[in-house]
Design a protein around this ligand. Structure first.
Ligand code: PLP
Ligand code: COI
Length: 337
């Protein structure tokens, strides 16, 4: 702990002091519990292990210049976890209990919240898994909700330096009417193979097209997609992408900055017309994109090797709100007392 290099953190797992747990048994959720163990004891036939009955969340807490810890839009993460739970027939975890668990996890691990100057943050990972045994494909009757935390730097090691994405049409992360809109583990398992291929090729992530027609842009493996042109912030509308809380926030900020905003189908060909392109998410924040390579057609779309004007403005604005440098006029921040 004493030797955490706050300024050079990547996005990696690290133990903190405590995690929070809550069990669903006999038809109801129990009390929040805290644990200093980083392992869980799980039934050999738990549905999470066999049939992927699991969903997770990702949110961040930030230490301000004033020393206060701020958490960003956690009610949205709580609601999205409920939505994911509904999507794969898991027991929903109550929103207020989710918030209580996150507050507790932050407070008990306060010494892991990176200092203001480092630009790093505390990453909070809530997880909901089916723990009850089933061998037929049925939902479990027991669940575990847990929250653990760790200090992190940017998801893409380049941080706010632009990187490249790659399109490879032979891979889909989610089916057209499938689970892409839920934050469930299966989507991430489904993206690992091509994600590794992309990294090996020097790309930071795969940019997926819609799985049905391969005509429209969906999202990246771990983040949403946006493009900017003609004073307009444009982001895909799709049933198979995760509704990103960062993206939802950027739509608001972009509008306030005087940009037009559009959430609609974004045809592949439109890649040729954007002035700026980015990936956005809690872990990725805003990751500017300097190029998209269409591997199937050996075609490059280029956006310049420096972050664009609007991407930079949006990045600075979002970070300023999150770290408390600018007032929170939207009610997105909770100060953890
Ligand atoms: N899309 C995917 C597939 C993700 O895993 C994430 C990360 O949570 C996002 C988008 C961004 O969502 P958010 O901004 O809520 O973190
Ligand atoms: C996040 O941005 O919180 C994510 O969950 C993305 C990635 C770590 C899977």
């Amino acid at each position: 702990m004493e030797n955490i290099d706050w300024g050079n953190l990547g996005f990696g797992y690290q133990d903190a002091d405590y995690n929070v747990r809550c069990y669903f048994r006999n038809g109801k959720w129990g009390e929040l519990e805290t644990s200093s163990s980083n392992t869980i004891n799980i039934h050999i036939a738990a549905t999470a292990l066999h049939y992927g009955q699991e969903a997770f969340e990702g949110l961040k807490a930030f230490k301000g210049r004033d020393g206060k810890i701020r958490v960003f839009r956690m009610d949205e993460n709580a609601k999205r976890l409920q939505n994911s739970a509904e999507g794969i027939l898991m027991e929903k975890f109550p929103v207020d209990k989710f918030q209580e668990a996150v507050r507790l996890a932050i407070k008990m691990n306060e010494r892991f919240v990176p200092p203001y100057d480092s630009g790093a943050a505390l990453y909070i990972r809530p997880l909901l898994i089916g723990t009850g045994p089933q061998i037929g494909v049925h939902p479990a009757n027991e669940y575990l909700f847990t929250v653990f935390v760790m200090p992190v730097g940017p998801y893409f090691p380049e941080g706010f330096k632009p990187t490249d994405l790659v399109i490879m049409r032979q891979f889909d992360r989610a089916a057209p009417q499938g689970t892409g809109k839920y934050k469930v583990g299966g989507n991430y398992a489904a993206s690992m193979y091509e994600g590794k291929k992309a990294k090996e090729g020097g790309f930071s992530a795969v940019l997926y097209l819609d799985s049905k027609e391969k005509k429209y842009i969906d999202e990246c493996g771990p983040a949403n997609f946006f493009g900017i042109k003609n004073n307009t912030y444009i982001t895909p509308e799709s049933d198979s992408i995760l509704p990103s809380i960062t993206n939802k926030s950027l739509l608001v900020l972009a509008k306030e900055m005087g940009l037009n905003v559009e959430r609609r189908k974004v045809p592949y060909e439109e890649l040729a017309s954007f002035d700026e392109v980015g990936a956005c998410g809690t872990a990725a924040v805003i990751s500017p994109i300097k190029g998209v390579y269409d591997a199937d057609n050996d075609r490059w779309f280029k956006y310049g090797s420096k972050p664009g004007k609007w991407s930079t403005k949006l990045y600075n604005k979002l970070r300023a709100i999150q770290y408390g440098d600018e007032p929170d006029t939207h009610g997105w921040i909770e100060i953890i007392e």
